[in-house]
Structure formats: structure tokens, C-alpha cells
Design a protein around this ligand. Structure first.
Ligand SMILES: Nc1nc2c(ncn2[C@@H]2O[C@H](COP(=O)(O)OP(=O)(O)OP(=O)(O)O)[C@@H](O)[C@H]2O)c(=O)[nH]1
Ligand SMILES: [Mg+2]
Ligand SMILES: [Zn+2]
Length: 294
């Protein structure tokens, strides 16, 4: 038996990476009986059935650290949230949602501002500042030109990392330039609506070094944050945390209440207006979703 990680699946076939080899595996029938289907990112034990043909059978799945529904994958430890500076234009509401979602899942989140070659520096700096000020690591990238590879290498070390962001922001292009190989298909931005068209359709893990993998995923843009309770949302806005104590006591939603410490901090410029407005939008969205459930 050997331990490996599932890097990609298609119907009932699983690719399992062990050291520098890849095995095509089927899942042992008993797994089906136990109603667990293997996911990309799963650590598994396989029995090699044919060393020459690199074939095997998955005998066991190790306990998952976490499990994502969309995209379907397990054991992710880090998200790189990719924001395009132009074509498509930055979607900071989505970014704030994803930051909250990452916090909810206990994943590390890093922000890449991509396509910096297409936008003026002062506009890039403005966005960079909002997120750097509240403690996020922000890295400027031009996936088709300059990448701070040393920095990225450090970031990926010992992580299973996935890119997240709207279609067309450059996730696959970043992946290809990080690996310096054409690993995955890049799409073309239509000139008409300046949107991507979901070129990537399946989750695949690419091995970066010994314990590091990078996932190309289809979108993530439409992923659900329904799992977050609206009452908990403010805890996932990191910069709100220092102001929450008094509010908590009052059961405050930080929207319409008087004497709200969060609102005071916004008025005093200690919390960014953009972030606060997105907080309200996401809160309202969660509220609607909750109402729909009843
Ligand atoms: N100018 C410029 N173009 C870029 C950059 N990064 C990506 N692009 C282009 O943007 C287009 C979309 O890039 P993709 O890598 O396919 O985007 P994606 O995020 O993988 O999109 P989906 O797979 O649809 O989710 C391609 O034409 C890329 O060449 C960049 O930094 N600068
Ligand atoms: Mg892609
Ligand atoms: Zn409050």
C-alpha cells in the first residue's frame, strides 16, 4: 500500500500522485458501500495493481480536513483570490465575500491583483491599500509578464492552494506562468462584454513541490456563502473585530442600530467605507437567503 493524493478525476477514474509517479486508479467497491466518493485533494491509500501500466485501486480515504461543495474538493489550506484590474473590472464585492468565506472555512487567504499592465498605478495602489491595511497579503501580478516568483514559492510551500475569482481574471494564465508550462487552457476574453467564458471546467491539482499543490478550478465565482449565518458575518470582516465587543452585548447587526461601534469606526475613517458597504450588501444577501429557506 502507498499513500498518495488525488489530483484529478473523471467519471470513476482517479489520478493519484505518489512521489513523482501518477497512477490511474479505480475506487474499491467498499468505499461506494460506505457512501464516500473520493474527491480531488483526498489523501488515499492505494494498492498498485500494475506497476508498468501505473494502475491501482484506492483502498482507503484519510479523514478530510475540510470539504468544499463547489468546486468539489477536499483538504484545501489556502485560497488565492484573484482580482483583475481591468477586463473584467475589479469585483471587490466578490472579493469581500470570498475573504469572509475563507475565514469561515479557516483557510488562509492571499490576494493577487492581476492584469496590472492594463491599469494605472494609482488605481491599483488604492485597492492594494484597503486590503494591506487590514492585514491581508496583496501581491501585484501580470500573469503574462512579471510575477514575483520567489514570493509566490514561499506562499505555496506546504499548502494545497486554489485560485478563486471570476471567469477571465487570469487564474489559468497565472498557473501556467507559475509552472512556466502550458498546463491548463487559457480562455479568450470576449471584446463585447469583457467577460470570460468559463474555460476551465474541472478541478485539477498540480504538484508544485514535495508538499505543495496548486489547483486550477472552474470559477468559484458563483460559490455559495449560505453556510455563513448573517449574525456571524461581522466576525469574518477582520478589521471589525476590535469594535465588536460592545455591539455583541447589544445584539447589533451594525447596520441601523444607534451607538454601534463599527459604524462609529466607519465614520471616523478607521474602517474603509467600501468594506463596510460590502458588509451590508452581503448581510442583506444572507438575510434574503435565510428567509427563502423558511
Ligand atoms: N494583459 C493581461 N492579460 C491577462 C493577464 N492574465 C490573464 N490575461 C488574459 O486574460 C484572459 C483570461 O485568462 P484565463 O487565465 O483564461 O482566465 P481564468 O480566470 O482562468 O478564466 P476561467 O477559466 O474562465 O475561470 C486570457 O486571454 C489571458 O491571456 C494579465 O496579467 N495581463
Ligand atoms: Mg481558467
Ligand atoms: Zn454594531
Amino acid at each position: 500500500m502507498s499513500k498518495g493524493i488525488i489530483t484529478c478525476t473523471s467519471s470513476n477514474l482517479y489520478q493519484v500522485s505518489i512521489k513523482n509517479e501518477t497512477y490511474n486508479c479505480l475506487a474499491r467497491g467498499k468505499l461506494k458501500k460506505e457512501k464516500v466518493s473520493p474527491l480531488v485533494g483526498d489523501y488515499v491509500e492505494i494498492k498498485v495493481t500494475d506497476e508498468n501500466k501505473k494502475e491501482g485501486v484506492i483502498e482507503q480515504i484519510y479523514k478530510r480536513k475540510n470539504e468544499l461543495k463547489r468546486p468539489k474538493m477536499a483538504n484545501l489550506t489556502q485560497l488565492i483570490l484573484v482580482v483583475s484590474m481591468k477586463m473584467p473590472k475589479p469585483d471587490l464585492l466578490l472579493l469581500d465575500k470570498q475573504l469572509a468565506f475563507a475565514s469561515h472555512l479557516g483557510l488562509k487567504a492571499v490576494i493577487f491583483l492581476n492584469k496590472i499592465d492594463l491599469e494605472e498605478e494609482k488605481n491599483i495602489k488604492k485597492i492594494e491599500k484597503i486590503y494591506k491595511n487590514i492585514g491581508y497579503e496583496v501581491i501585484q501580478t501580470n500573469a503574462k509578464g512579471y510575477l514575483p516568483l520567489e514570493n509566490i514559492k514561499e506562499l505555496l510551500k506546504n499548502n494545497i492552494t486554489a485560485f478563486a475569482g471570476n471567469s477571465g481574471v487570469g487564474k489559468s494564465t497565472l498557473l501556467n506562468s507559475i509552472f512556466n508550462k502550458q498546463l491548463t487552457e487559457e480562455g479568450i476574453i470576449s471584446n463585447k462584454n469583457q467577460k470570460g467564458k468559463n474555460t476551465t471546467t474541472a478541478v485539477t491539482l498540480y504538484k508544485y513541490d514535495k508538499n505543495s499543490y496548486l489547483a486550477d478550478t472552474p470559477g468559484f465565482a458563483t460559490f455559495e456563502i449560505t453556510e455563513i449565518l448573517k449574525e456571524e458575518l461581522s466576525h469574518h470582516f477582520v478589521e471589525f473585530n476590535t469594535y465588536l465587543k460592545k455591539c455583541e452585548f447589544l445584539g447589533c447587526s451594525h447596520i441601523k442600530e444607534q451607538n454601534c461601534e463599527v459604524k462609529k469606526a466607519v465614520e471616523e475613517g478607521k474602517i474603509s467605507n467600501y468594506r463596510y458597504e460590502n458588509y451590508i450588501k452581503i448581510y442583506e444577501e444572507l438575510k434574503k437567503q435565510e428567509e427563502r429557506k423558511w
